[in-house]
Design a protein around this ligand. Structure first.
Ligand SMILES: Cc1cc2nc3c(=O)[nH]c(=O)nc-3n(C[C@H](O)[C@H](O)[C@H](O)COP(=O)(O)O)c2cc1C
Length: 365
């Protein structure tokens, strides 16, 4: 049914407009009490065996929605209604900003991929914090990750202050906090991945989060798939040294290899980060490298090209404590999580593990 809707409506629409329309429908469905319960009952049933603990949090399952879909935290409960086990909002920057000029989101349907150069369009840390503060939090509200990044107009050498502004505003409302230094769409951002710069930045964000909270808010860093293998090792070592809670791998790639979409079209689209199926192999490789280096001492969240339950299961066996996805949601639609949970549950039971946690890293060669 969603395939039909996608082909008849969304495929012909500008991708960013389609995103806003679909997200509006999700929030609308959640605002109608009877409909909300019905949708949740159909789309979000989970095998209790999928319950998992990571980052000191108790989650109904291992699969979250990656950052970028809900940049301002406006539809967290609607997304949870669709079955996502947790929702990472953002990237939120210190100051509000409009992002890059449109068009800035492109579909590569033949590749089951997207290219985006959104450029962190968001309402800024103060407004998003106020929205999160106004949410009633109960034991039923979903786990919320908050992903923070640098405001475009802030010079690179003042990046720390901008991250600290966001961390101070948002840490009190975050179940976990992510320092994003890996988007290709903010000039110079990825230079912050150099350990000499990243270490002090993460240290300062850790201190800032501790200053505004009475409990430990887990802190993670999100890295690019385009890093050299030695850089990945260096970041893993630094994360262990700093006592960071985890690493999210990976963001989108600037690479364009192995695509089915004609080269002329790729050229026409221009700059941006590529996500979806073409990212699958590299994202898995980065996960395997991180796991080998950290030997289970850090929480690893794997994201990039996960489309099916089998993909997610392979990531868990390769050492991912949690997984996330974004692009496949666009192509698979609202039944995606239902399918994924069913498939994961079947695999977990067939393999004879008592829990997801028990399966983590069991496939390491
Ligand atoms: C349109 C779009 C916007 C995104 N925005 C962000 C963002 O603001 N912050 C971030 O850390 N990642 C962002 N991402 C990256 C995703 O969170 C994810 O890391 C990446 O897309 C790989 O996963 P996927 O192949 O399942 O899409 C964005 C991705 C897409 C497609």
């Amino acid at each position: 049914m969603y395939k039909l809707l996608f082909n008849l409506l969304f495929k012909k629409m500008d991708p960013e407009k389609a995103h806003h329309l679909a997200f509006f429908w999700i929030r609308l469905a959640h605002s109608v009490p009877g409909l909300r319960s019905l949708v949740r009952a159909v789309l979000a049933p989970r095998d209790p065996k999928l319950r998992t603990a990571a980052l000191g949090l108790d989650l109904p399952g291992p699969f979250g929605l990656g950052a970028g879909f809900d940049k301002n935290g406006i539809g967290i409960d609607g997304l949870s209604m669709l079955g996502f086990d947790y929702v990472e909002i953002g990237t939120v920057t210190g100051e509000p900003q409009p992002g890059n000029p449109a068009p800035r989101l492109f579909r590569l349907v033949e590749d089951r991929a997207l290219i985006n150069r959104m450029g962190f369009n968001n309402q800024g840390s103060a407004r998003v914090a106020a929205r999160l503060a106004a949410r009633a939090r109960t034991s039923n509200t979903p786990v919320i990750g908050v992903n923070i990044g640098k405001t475009k107009v802030v010079p690179e050498d003042e990046a720390t202050a901008d991250y600290l502004k966001s961390a101070k505003a948002l840490a009190p409302y975050a179940d976990y906090l992510v320092v994003n230094v890996s988007s290709p769409n903010t000039p110079g951002l990825r230079n912050l991945q150099a350990v000499q710069v990243l270490g002090p930045l993460l240290w300062d964000v850790r201190k800032a989060a501790d200053e505004v909270t009475t409990h430990h808010v887990p802190l993670l860093v999100k890295i690019a798939p385009d890093l050299a293998d030695e850089d990945i090792d260096e970041i893993a070592d630094m994360a262990l040294h700093l006592g960071l809670d985890g690493i999210i791998a990976t963001n989108t790639t600037i690479g364009r290899e192995g695509l089915r979409t004609p080269a002329a079209r790729i050229e026409e689209i221009g700059m941006g980060g590529l996500s979806g199926a073409p990212l699958k192999a590299r994202s898995l490789e980065v996960l395997e490298r991180l796991r080998k280096r950290t030997e289970g001492r850090l929480t690893i969240v794997s994201v990039g090209g996960i489309e099916t339950a089998e993909d997610a299961w392979q990531r868990i066996l390769a050492g991912a404590d949690l997984v996330q996805g974004y692009s496949a949601f666009i192509y698979e639609g609202p039944f995606w999580m239902r399918k994924l949970h069913k498939g994961l549950s079947a695999r977990l039971r067939a393999a004879g593990y008592a829990s997801i946690g028990e399966a983590v890293g069991k496939g390491i060669r």
